[in-house]
Ligand binder design. Sequence first.
Ligand SMILES: [Zn+2]
Length: 161
Amino acid sequence: MPEAPQDFCAFCGSRLDDAAPLRSCTSCGRAAYRDPKVGVGAVVLDDAGRLLLVKRGIPPAKGLWSLPAGFVDADEDPRAAAAREALEETGLVVDVGDVVDVWAGGGGRASFFLAFRATVTGGTLQAGDDADEAEFFALDALPELAFPSTRAVAERLSTPA
Ligand SMILES: [Zn+2]
């Protein structure tokens, strides 16, 4: 494998010891923490009970459909991130509510993924940013879904409580 920046100490530039339980620098001994990448998504239903999905314009799973979703920025509130991604990808302003569930690795490149219930409060449906299309789908007529988390959300919504 080619060497990558994360293979080296951020303090002194020496190589990290991959064999150590907590990766540490072979020279100065400092620990190198690897932080998780957090993904969030919005679960939005319209008045007819249809689910809002976006067609992914970028890898992974390009061309497949997922919840409006993306990564949480540093110091960003996860709910604010979900609302931001929904607006960027669908043009809709949403009010973000309860957590539907949390998945480890369920959202593509995220280390873990949180899906929130969200309700539309404004905006106009129009795909943008990483999304090629944005559309509401009946739960019994969903397109091909991108991620295990997307499928789990769809399955849960389709199952009577
Ligand atoms: Zn070092």
